[in-house]
Ligand binder design. Structure first.
Ligand code: NAD
Length: 348
């Protein structure tokens, strides 16, 4: 049996813990051997929880590259750090799993892709919905022609709580469209099997003032309309914080039928104790809960691709298209007009 792929987690925050769990408990071909986080408490907490040797806990990637022993990195840091970390890791010959959004700009995406191509390492983007059993089954059935040519898609993501401060700020994250709706931008392009051509976005800020958010240009609701190159149409809604739970659903209409993916119910248990209250059933509360299988399977896929020398299903170009959609979307609401993707792509 070949030796396990040694993985270094970079960023021991919310997403980092989810991937640490997948690597430690669900990916037999991998071993979580190192962790990097500038905040000592975070790297120690993850180090302890996932039994990473104290000598494998580092304050920076530079230190880890100099002193650590690993074959791959999983990057789960804020968006504005993705480019320098991914380029440094790839240039050192480490395979890279990179959380969405790929980067802040298209130029940064290109630099990341170029660095991975130069050393021939695997690069996989963190679009776990592609590995969710329901989303994956729907994509296969669309591909098989079951509902005919896709004409119209509606996708929504509503997140429960305020994202961390860096994720609310356009300058460090590109805002809610990037942080929450990147997944939808990837999903609609994947399911429609067509690139977006034109995007129009409206945003609104309902809860920011009462939650003490004074970040310039903060918004907590976004509605995106899309025309695809195929002629198909799409819409994406984003709400964060929605407070009621975690909600991710898609409806896709084809020439021969309709398909719905996902539901609000987080359990199949339904209780009724009174006519007044009606049916009671739990909702998904968090994203790690809703996409538990997606997170596990995307990590299995990453480790499997490294072991087999295969290309991952979710490529740099998929990450780049989602970033391009976000940039066109931000331009749209800031300039109050529909924006052609070509404007953003040509400006790079
Ligand atoms: N796929 C998903 O469903 C999903 C869900 C949540 C977050 N994310 C993505 O994961 C990434 C991180 O988000 P989060 O919510 O976990 O953030 P977070 O703020 O909870 O955690 C980020 C961690 O990175 C550390 N960090 C910051 N800069 C660093 C650096 N240069 N080197 C090492 N560590 C550094 C911080 O100290 C912190 O511990 C973002 O790209 C986000 O969009 C993806």
């Amino acid at each position: 049996m070949s030796s396990p792929i040694r993985v270094c987690l970079i960023g021991a925050g919310r997403a980092g813990r989810v991937h640490a769990n997948s690597l430690a408990h669900h990916a037999p071909g991998a071993r979580l051997s190192a962790v990097v986080d500038g905040v000592a408490a975070n790297r120690v907490a993850v180090g302890e929880e996932f039994s990473i040797d104290p000598r494998g806990r580092f304050a920076s990637l530079e230190e880890a590259l100099a002193e650590g022993e690993f074959d791959a990195v999983v990057i789960t840091t804020p968006t504005f750090t993705h480019k320098p970390l991914a380029v440094a890791a790839a240039s050192a010959g480490k395979h890279v799993f990179l959380e969405k959004p790929m980067a802040l700009t298209l130029q940064e995406c290109d630099e990341i892709e170029a660095a991975t191509l130069k050393t021939g390492v695997v690069l996989q983007l963190g679009f776990m919905r592609r590995f969710d059993p329901d989303f994956a089954a729907a994509a296969e059935r669309i591909e098989a022609g079951e509902i005919g040519q896709p004409m119209l898609v509606k996708s929504l993501t509503h997140g429960p709580g305020l994202p961390p401060p860096w994720a609310r700020d356009l300058t460090t994250s590109n805002g809610l469209l990037a942080e929450v709706n990147s997944h939808d931008f990837d999903t609609v392009r994947w399911l429609m099997r067509s690139n977006p051509q034109r995007i129009y976005v409206e945003v609104a800020n309902f809860k920011g003032p009462s939650r003490g958010v004074d970040t310039p240009n903060f918004y907590d609701n976004a509605l995106t309309n899309i025309r695809f190159e195929s002629g198909g149409l799409g819409s994406i809604s984003g709400v964060c914080p929605c407070d009621y739970g975690y909600d991710a659903r898609v409806e896709i209409v084809g020439e021969r039928g309709i398909m719905q993916i996902g539901e609000m119910r987080g359990q199949s248990v339904i209780v009724c104790t009174s006519r007044e209250q009606g049916l009671i059933t739990p909702i998904y509360r968090t994203w790690p809960e809703r996409f538990a299988w997606g997170y596990i399977r995307e990590m299995e896929h990453f480790v499997g691709c490294i072991a087999k020398g295969a290309q991952p299903k979710v490529s740099a170009q998929d990450g780049r298209w989602a970033v391009a959609s976000v940039l066109a979307g931000n331009k749209s609401w800031l300039e109050e007009r529909p924006v052609l993707l070509k404007e953003v792509l040509d400006a790079c």
